[in-house]
Design a protein around this ligand. Structure first.
Ligand SMILES: Nc1ncnc2c1ncn2[C@@H]1O[C@H](COP(=O)(O)OP(=O)(O)O)[C@@H](O)[C@H]1O
Ligand SMILES: [Mg+2]
Length: 333
């Protein structure tokens, strides 16, 4: 591992899904612009929270950077190696260095396989351990995620959602990855179980020096778990920065609306009448200028016309709003 380069460096990542409808007289472009030039850096040991409404492109980002999904253009450097158009050898290497934990704890497991076999499968595929040691390692991994090792002989249907998610995490850890992408991995669980899984992730992160991208729409969890937060809107990062800065002094109007909607963070602050004025626009026809302008409470004419600059302050706080410049870069008087 080369400690002078970031673990992950993503530059101008674009993912467009092709699609078109053929009418009798017209043919309209239905390209879904899921990611529109996303850049991001993750250092070793860091946990980054990726938040945003459903459909904003979070899962597409997670899949693209792990090369589990297609990418249209851009660069993805993992430990300095370009994997965006890497060789099959590079991709195989990336598979051994990274893992994904999914939202649906049952759906991610083969219903016919015992828990022990599901974990052993990962160890075997990745040649992690001699066959003679396989059982022992499966038991170790179950213990690591806080599960009774007796459960190795059970199938997913015999387990609770929280137990299945622990198995999902054990399978991810079996790879001994340097980066885990956890995609809404607690969203399907009861609140008390969510807390247990988050505590487990915090414990494992420290024990194993993991880097993590934690995709979530629950900001309260992100605030607890993440060093930095990136806020995504229609396939772009609109704000990014250290967790405390983003939660205490959000710059982008979209982040401000999201944060004002979580009562746990500021119980005295009333919820706005209507959070954001309806649904986000379709990623098939993105609005001109700032994509957030149709829903933005402070939008002006120039927000419709001009491309939005990404501004970065000295402390790494970024906001893609022309009005953020004053709060991030105080104007000289
Ligand atoms: N394989 C695909 N083909 C076409 N459109 C897709 C595909 N995957 C995702 N999309 C679209 O891309 C956009 C972003 O989706 P996604 O990354 O799943 O968002 P999120 O995870 O933030 O909810 C959505 O409009 C979604 O419908
Ligand atoms: Mg998603």
């Amino acid at each position: 591992m080369n400690s002078s380069v970031p673990l992950l460096e993503v530059n101008d990542l674009v993912v467009h899904f092709a699609g078109s409808t053929m009418g009798l007289f017209n043919r309209s472009d239905q390209t879904v612009k899921a990611l529109n030039s996303v850049s991001m850096t993750i250092r070793s040991g860091e946990t980054l929270g990726l938040v945003g409404e459903s459909g904003s492109g979070k899962s597409t980002f997670g899949r693209a950077i792990l090369r589990l999904g297609e990418l249209t253009s851009g660069s993805v450097l993992f430990d300095g190696v370009e994997v965006a158009n890497g060789t099959s050898g590079d991709i195989a290497w990336l598979r051994r260095e990274t893992a994904m934990v999914f939202q649906d704890p049952y759906g991610a497991l083969n219903p016919r396989m015992t828990v022990g076999d599901a974990i052993a499968e990962v160890l075997t595929v990745h040649n992690k351990i001699p066959t003679a040691k396989l059982n022992e390692r499966v038991q170790e991994l179950l213990a690591l995620v806080g599960m009774d090792t007796e459960l190795a002989s059970r199938r997913p249907a015999d387990l609770s959602g929280g137990q299945c998610q622990r198995v999902g995490i054990a399978r991810a850890l079996a790879i001994e990855p340097r980066l885990i992408v956890a995609d809404e991995c607690v969203a399907a669980l009861d609140v008390s179980i969510q807390g247990q899984i988050i505590n487990l992730l915090i414990e494992l992160r420290e024990k194993m020096k993991l880097s993590m991208i934690f995709i979530a729409h629950d900001l309260a969890i992100v605030r607890r778990l993440c060093d930095r937060v990136a806020v995504m809107y229609l396939g772009r990062i609109v704000e990014e920065g250290p967790t405390d800065r983003v939660f205490n002094a959000p710059c982008h109007p979209y982040t401000q609306s999201l944060i004002s909607a979580i009562p746990e963070i500021d119980p005295d602050k009333p919820l706005p009448e209507q959070l954001l004025g309806g649904e986000p626009p379709s990623p098939i026809s993105l609005p001109n200028g700032c994509a957030f302008h149709p829903r933005c409470p402070i939008a002006q004419d120039k927000c419709r016309d001009s491309p939005v600059p990404a501004l970065r302050g000295e402390d790494g706080h970024l906001s893609a709003c022309i009005f953020s410049s004053e709060s991030i870069f105080p104007q000289p008087t």
